[in-house]
Design a protein around this ligand. Structure first.
Ligand SMILES: [Zn+2]
Ligand SMILES: [Zn+2]
Length: 348
């Protein structure tokens, strides 16, 4: 089968490789589709210390079970359409016991420490079944949009800390797929949403997909000033840095009302030091929240939101690529010319 592997540095290669064999545990899954995450793009552009060498990457998967080891929980059968929360906790450490399995001390993630979904087949490990990470997809004609459950789950995780209420002002920095999904989720809570996006073409792309959102170009560091002006001088109740830029974190903090909440959604390349004015956080009683990955429950909640149509995943998928053209898909995703690229495996 074809598989896309990470070899350290910035080296990713599409290779012919034997299909995985089920070693008596877990399930063999024929991958239908796997979407390209911002984390994958960061690996492609800057490399990744967190990823095993030789690992098949990709973690936003939808597939069908073709072989199943006996004795797994969840009532799955061969032929079921499935997806999974890719971050698998150990179930035993302090974070896991508190329910934050995405914060596990021994976290192992598909596409990082397990072979992932940019391949024709993947093994869903036994541990993923035991921890409740694997879930069934509804029987719909096109399960491909469910690959967006995972990024949406991360958005749900971030907003669980932000507690957005109806009538609040939410400022989102970055109009990529994550920014767009944050906007949709915040709007579904009754919030008024602003998106700061300096790149004109990206602003136009997102503007075509989102209703009722005010876009701000935020040129020459005027983003925070503009948000404060548009919110009658008070600032936003919530700011979300939905891109990997320190300036977005800084502008997010500056745009906040007193007692506002800031989400640092996008991780920064490098050490991430030195962007936030801690006295501003102190004197204005700002809450700052990190977020990393998502739990199985949040992945299921995301899938339900997509299935109900409350959030329309299909409109965010701008392009589908066959696995043989995955290099083009990564190139275009890295250039930012597609909002969300999904790799769809060839039939056969
Ligand atoms: Zn992802
Ligand atoms: Zn754990």
């Amino acid at each position: 089968m074809l598989a896309y592997r990470y070899w350290g540095g910035r080296e990713l290669r599409l290779e012919e490789t034997p299909a995985p064999v089920l070693g008596g545990e877990g399930a063999l899954v024929k991958i239908l589709a796997c979407s390209i995450c911002g984390t994958d793009v960061r690996m492609y552009r800057f490399g990744s210390e967190k990823t095993d060498r030789g690992r098949i990457v990709g973690h936003e998967m939808a597939g069908r079970i073709t072989e199943l080891a006996p004795g797994l929980p969840g009532g799955f059968s061969v032929g079921d359409y499935v997806s999974m929360a890719p971050a698998i906790g150990c179930g035993e450490c302090y974070s896991c016991r508190k329910g934050h399995t995405n914060m596990c001390d021994r976290l192992a993630t598909m596409g990082f420490q397990y072979d992932g979904g940019f391949a024709e087949y993947a093994v869903f490990p036994k541990k993923a079944f035991l921890m409740g990470n694997v879930y069934a997809l509804p029987p719909v004609p096109d399960p491909v949009p469910f690959t967006l459950s995972e990024p949406l789950a991360c958005v749900i995780n971030a907003q669980s800390y932000l507690r957005i209420e109806a009538g609040e002002d939410v400022a989102i920095f970055g109009s990529g797929i994550i920014g767009c999904m944050h906007a949709e989720l915040a709007r579904s809570q009754g919030a008024r949403v602003f998106i700061v996006e300096p790149a004109g073409e990206r602003r136009r792309q997102a503007g075509e997909l989102l209703d009722g959102v005010t876009f701000i170009a935020g040129e020459e560091e005027g983003a925070a000033r503009e948000i404060i002006r548009l919110t009658g001088g008070k600032g936003a109740d919530v700011a979300i840095a939905a891109c990997s830029a320190g300036s977005a974190q800084r502008d997010g903090l500056e745009s906040l009302a007193k007692c506002g909440r800031l989400s640092l959604f996008g991780g920064l390349p490098g050490d991430g030091l030195g962007f936030l004015d801690s006295n501003r956080i102190h004197y204005r009683e700002i809450g700052v929240f990190g977020v990393h990955a998502s739990t199985p429950a949040q992945n299921r909640a995301a899938m339900e939101l997509l299935h109900s149509g409350k959030i329309d995943a299909g409109k965010f998928i701008s392009k589908r690529y066959p696995l043989s053209e995955i290099e083009t898909a990564f190139k275009e995703a890295a250039e930012g010319s597609v909002l969300k690229a999904v790799v769809v495996m060839e039939k056969g």
